[in-house]
Ligand binder design. Structure first.
Ligand SMILES: NC(=O)c1ccc[n+]([C@@H]2O[C@H](COP(=O)([O-])OP(=O)(O)OC[C@H]3O[C@@H](n4cnc5c(N)ncnc54)[C@H](O)[C@@H]3O)[C@@H](O)[C@H]2O)c1
Ligand SMILES: [Zn+2]
Ligand SMILES: [Zn+2]
Length: 414
């Protein structure tokens, strides 16, 4: 498969990479359909993030379809379209129980950082149960890439940390996807005015189109006077830093009003100075955090009602070649069937009554190729495959099932 590989500061290449494999029963392998580039990937490429070593496939955002599941992953099926969380988390360690998924003892921000990421044709997702979200059928999967990171980050690290309130003023420095997601989620709290700042007029035009009350280019000669005039020189109640440079952080500290909140979202590769000699008596609150990604589900089911055009946040779009993947995936599917010791289907006697019934119910009335089925070939036969999980409720034991559907009759057979 192809993957975008970091080769050291300012160097990267798209090259052939080894297909990921299930390494633990809690893993899932996802075939990527849409992935996106985060400002953090740009920081990595500048050499700002020392945990990323050369050879790493980048990326921690995107949506795809599950192609393989570890034996302990319940509630998902092969073929499910899923959103990948930028934060991988077990859901059970002390940090996860405190709601701090990004500090998970065996997870956190690992994708495209300390393990291979999503800017590839396939990716391994550890702790799949807690790190993947099944996409509702009524939502365009391409739109959802913004929910891997930009939206939960904009909301949690920006809007909520900056304590956005009705009728209070907001300034957001940086109009990339994260800054704009912070702006859109701020609007849920009816602040006024929302001022967005950037260096690029194109980004500012977009911010205006998406609902900013005022946009200002930080490089304009009168930017500070203009900002002062908006809030009568009193500063902004909520200020968010969504760039990740010492200059943009410095601007944020100048903008925050006494009693206000400053939320740092940006990833910083260089030291930024905190001006406590000016701020010590200003009663400000300051937050700096990574996203915990707990706001997904709420946002996911609301998004179609809010009418947000998530794709408009992203700047460039390009196709993703599947050519190389299909051949290798075909081979992979075959080896997967051959190595699976746990095949349960009609012809196998180790199927308990309950799980067998649910298998048959699953296939009742099936008249076309099931969604997400993979083509396979084994011992001279063609199959479409679906992997699934059923429960034997009597023994509350979880079974890992691999169903085989005949290519010609689409019936369960072997
Ligand atoms: N805390 C977290 O969990 C988390 C998660 C995701 C992203 N981030 C960080 O958030 C920041 C924004 O991410 P993004 O994906 O939107 O990045 P991006 O690179 O797409 O956007 C950054 C924007 O800032 C603008 N900009 C650059 N210098 C500026 C300056 N001096 N003043 C004003 N604007 C300036 C750019 O023109 C661009 O529009 C990055 O630092 C990223 O690493 C943090
Ligand atoms: Zn990110
Ligand atoms: Zn955990």
């Amino acid at each position: 498969m192809k993957g975008l590989v970091y080769r050291g500061a300012n160097q990267y290449e798209v090259r052939d990479c080894v297909l990921p494999e299930i390494q633990s029963p809690t893993d899932a392998i996802v075939q990527m359909n849409h992935t996106s580039i985060c400002g953090t990937d740009l920081h990595i490429l500048k050499g700002d993030v020392p945990t990323v070593e050369p050879g790493r496939i980048l990326g921690h955002e995107g949506v795809g379809a599950i192609v393989s599941l570890g034996s302990a992953v319940t509630d998902f099926f092969v073929g499910d379209n899923v959103l990948i969380s930028c934060i991988t988390s077990c859901g059970t360690c002390a940090a996860c129980r405190k709601g701090m998924n990004s500090h998970c003892a065996t997870g956190g921000w690992v994708l495209g950082n300390v393990i291979d990421g999503t800017q590839a044709e396939y990716v391994r997702i550890p702790h799949a149960i807690n790190s993947l979200y099944k996409l509702p059928g009524n939502i365009d999967p391409a739109e959802m890439a913004g929910f891997s990171d930009a939206f939960p980050t904009g909301m949690e690290c920006g809007t909520l940390n900056a304590n956005v309130q009705p009728g209070k003023s907001v300034a957001i420095v940086g109009a990339g996807p994260v800054g704009l997601a912070a702006m859109l989620t701020s609007k849920l709290y009816s602040p006024y005015p929302i001022v967005v700042l950037d260096k690029e007029d194109k980004r500012l035009e977009l911010a205006k189109k998406l609902g900013a009350d005022k946009v200002i280019n930080v490089d304009a000669f009168n930017a500070m006077e203009e900002l002062d005039s908006i809030v009568d020189g009193k500063g902004f109640d909520s200020v968010m830093e969504a760039v990740g440079t010492p200059t943009s952080f410095d601007l944020c500290q100048k903008l925050v009003a006494p009693g206000g909140s400053l939320a740092n979202i940006g990833v910083h590769g260089q030291k930024a100075t905190l001006d406590l000699d000016h701020l010590w008596d200003h009663n400000i609150s300051m937050f700096s955090s990574t996203s915990m990604t707990w706001t997904y589900i709420k946002q996911l089911h609301k998004v179609s009602k809010l009418g947000w055009s998530i794709q408009s946040l992203f700047r460039h779009f390009s196709g993703f070649s599947k050519r190389a993947a299909s051949n290798q995936h075909y081979l992979r599917t075959v080896s997967w069937i051959s190595s699976c010791t746990d095949i349960i289907c009609e012809r196998h006697t180790n199927v308990t009554t309950i799980s067998r019934l649910s298998v048959l119910r699953y296939f009742e009335g099936l008249s076309s190729i099931p969604n997400g089925a993979q083509r396979g070939y084994l011992e001279g036969r063609n199959f479409f495959l679906i992997a699934s999980v059923t429960r034997n409720y009597q023994r509350t034991k979880v079974y890992r099932c691999l169903f085989q559907v005949c290519q010609s009759c689409y019936n369960l057979c072997n």
